[in-house]
Write a protein that binds this ligand. Structure first.
Ligand SMILES: [Zn+2]
Length: 269
C-alpha cells in the first residue's frame, strides 16, 4: 500500500458514512508505509481517538470483532487486557497488546479545517441543515468573497456554483507528505470565474442558502449569511429582495399560470 493509496482510503472512509467519524485501527495502520500516519496527523486529517473497546480476535480463525476485557493492575501485576473468545471451547483468554487498542480518526470537521487552512479561508461553518456540508469563505478577485461548499457526501468535494472538484484531485502525496495542489485549485477557481459571479447567480445562491437555514430553524439567517459571505446585513437583505416586477403584476395576488417574469429555463447550457 502506498502513502497515496492510504490518503485516498482516509478520504473514502469519511465519505462512506459522512454522518459519523471514520476510524483506523492500530492493526490497519501497522500496514501503512512508515511515516504515513505522522504525515496524516501533521496535516490535520487524522487525530488520535479514544482507545477501541472492541478489536479483531487473533486467537482463532474466525477473526471476529471481540470486546476487550480489562483487569486492573495492582502492586504486583500491571493492568492486563484480554479477549475471551467464544468461538472455540478450548480457547483460554487471549492476551492483548495495549498498542492494538490505539486508533485514529478523521472527522468532517478536521477535513474542513485542513482544507480551510490550505485555501487560506476563514474558519469553516458547518451547515445547520446537513452534517456533511461546510461553507468555506475565500477571498476572490476585487476583494469579493467566494463561498465554497465542502461536502463529504459520496466523495469529499468542493463545489462552487454548479462546478465541483474532488478533494482527491486536490491532495497530492509528495515526498511522504500531503500537499495541497494550489495551482490546480487556482485553475478550478478561474474556470468557474473567480470573483466574477453575476448578481443573478449570487441572488439565487443566497436565496437557496436562506431556504436551507430556515429549514434548519435559523431565525437569524440574515446575520448568518452576512457572516458567511462577508457582506453587510443590509446588502444581504437587498440580495434577498424579490426582483422588481412590472407594475400591475402584483405577484401572488393575481392568479396566473404563466407570470410574464417567470425565470425561463436555459435552452442551452
Ligand atoms: Zn476468536
Amino acid at each position: 500500500m502506498t502513502g497515496e493509496a492510504v490518503l485516498h482510503q482516509v478520504l473514502e472512509r469519511l465519505a462512506c458514512d459522512s454522518t459519523t467519524d471514520a476510524f483506523f485501527s492500530a492493526d490497519e495502520v501497522a500496514d501503512w508505509p512508515s511515516g504515513t500516519l505522522t504525515a496524516l496527523i501533521d496535516c490535520g486529517l487524522l487525530q488520535q481517538a479514544t482507545p477501541a473497546l472492541v478489536i479483531e480476535c487473533h486467537g482463532c480463525e474466525a477473526r471476529c470483532a471481540m470486546p476487550v476485557e480489562v483487569t486492573a493492575g495492582d502492586a504486583v501485576r500491571p493492568a492486563r487486557l484480554r479477549i475471551i473468545c467464544d468461538r472455540r471451547e478450548d480457547m483460554g483468554p487471549i492476551k492483548v497488546d495495549p498498542a492494538r487498542l490505539e486508533r485514529w480518526r478523521i472527522t468532517g470537521e478536521a477535513l474542513a479545517s485542513a482544507v480551510a487552512r490550505w485555501l487560506g479561508a476563514r474558519s469553516p461553518t458547518q451547515s445547520p441543515a446537513r452534517r456533511d456540508l461546510w461553507k468555506l469563505s475565500v477571498a476572490g478577485a476585487e476583494s469579493r468573497t467566494r463561498v465554497l461548499d465542502l461536502s463529504t457526501e459520496g466523495v469529499p468535494r468542493l463545489t462552487i456554483g454548479d462546478q465541483s472538484i474532488e478533494l482527491r484531485d486536490l491532495l497530492e502525496w509528495k515526498s511522504g507528505q500531503v500537499r495541497f495542489a494550489s495551482q490546480r485549485m487556482k485553475r478550478f477557481l478561474q474556470q468557474v470565474g473567480d470573483g466574477k459571479e453575476t448578481t443573478e447567480a449570487r441572488r439565487a445562491r443566497v436565496a437557496a442558502r436562506k431556504a436551507e437555514l430556515i429549514a434548519a430553524g435559523d431565525r437569524s439567517f440574515i446575520k448568518t449569511i452576512a457572516a458567511e459571505e462577508n457582506l453587510s446585513e443590509t446588502r444581504v437583505k437587498k440580495l434577498l429582495e424579490p426582483p422588481k416586477r412590472p407594475v400591475g403584476s402584483w405577484g401572488g395576488l393575481v392568479a396566473s399560470s404563466n407570470p410574464p417574469d417567470s425565470p425561463k429555463k436555459k435552452a442551452k447550457s
